[in-house]
Design a protein around this ligand. Structure first.
Ligand SMILES: [Zn+2]
Ligand SMILES: [Zn+2]
Ligand SMILES: [Zn+2]
Length: 279
């Protein structure tokens, strides 16, 4: 499996869209290196997790043809993860010779309602009819083409069923864990019941090494270490599994070299925009 991180910042981006703090000012001085956009990953070129407002920027920055994406898994409806308005451009006179004429969007009920609201004004029938909306709930198992997918409940919000995804392509398995705080015990049991052995774990690390207390809706290194311990304890990861951390807040000074060093100290790798890993 090939995972490409397209965006690795929390909701505000780094530098933050309206922020003038010392970290954001420093990042603006070296954008080529320090820019982190909103969260999104591309798997094997055809499965996308989340559709952030920076999706168009990702196509420009990394030369990605998003018409090849057949499956979109959405974690939740927060604006840094789902920007529905863009879909009005997916076809008709706006997009031609697309690699995949159809797109399947898997998401919770709230995301699907945001899709309907966001596209209500401008979506045309000939474009909308090529986008299939499929509602998913926590603790489900489904296939999307060659992928086998499990859903887990995130510990993130009471307003919707925010989802975490376990994605297998027949050869390898990825656990995609953001946005979330610590996982509920049932999550590990569900993965175990389904015989999961992940080779790659991607974790929310919004708070990184900043001293708490902070909200339980996201994680930092301390929580990432607990999750890794739990995954090992339940036998849910391969021996050579890789652990990557992402979704960094501007408040934690998420400079490239600093994050790489801090993650490595704990046996993790820090993701950055554009990072591609095969496993
Ligand atoms: Zn987020
Ligand atoms: Zn800032
Ligand atoms: Zn969120």
């Amino acid at each position: 499996m090939r995972i490409q991180y397209l965006g690795t910042a929390a909701a505000e981006g780094f530098p933050g869209v309206f922020c003038n703090c010392e970290y954001c000012r420093a990042a603006r001085g070296d954008l080529k290196k320090e820019l982190r956009t909103r969260s999104q990953v591309l798997i094997d070129g055809n499965l996308l997790v989340d559709f952030c407002p920076d999706t168009y920027l990702h196509s420009l920055r990394f030369g990605i043809d998003f018409s090849a994406v057949k499956y979109l898994l959405v974690t939740h409806s927060h604006t840094d993860h789902f920007y529905a308005q863009e879909f009005v451009n997916r076809g008709g006179n706006f997009a031609k010779q697309m690699q995949s004429s159809d797109l399947q969007i898997y998401a919770n009920a709230e995301v699907l309602s945001v899709y309907r609201e966001g596209t209500a004004r401008e979506m045309s029938e000939n474009i909308g009819s090529h986008i299939q909306l499929i509602q998913v709930r926590p603790f489900e198992k489904f296939s999307a083409g060659e992928y086998e997918i499990l859903t887990l409940p995130a510990s993130h919000t009471n307003n919707e069923d925010a989802l975490l995804y376990c994605i297998s392509n027949g050869e390898s398995t990825l656990l995609y864990l953001n946005d979330t705080g610590l996982l509920r015990e049932e999550c590990y049991r569900f993965l175990s019941k389904n015989g999961i052995k992940a080779g790659f774990v991607s974790m929310d690390c919004t708070f990184a090494d900043s001293p708490g207390p902070h909200s339980e809706r996201h994680m930092g290194f301390e929580q990432n270490e607990i999750v890794r311990q739990k995954l090992l304890q339940y036998g849910l990861v391969c021996e050579d599994a890789k652990y990557y951390v992402t979704h960094f807040s501007h408040n934690i000074a998420p400079f490239l070299e600093r994050m790489e060093a801090e993650a490595l100290k704990r046996g993790f790798y820090a993701a950055h925009d554009g990072l591609t890993v095969e496993f």
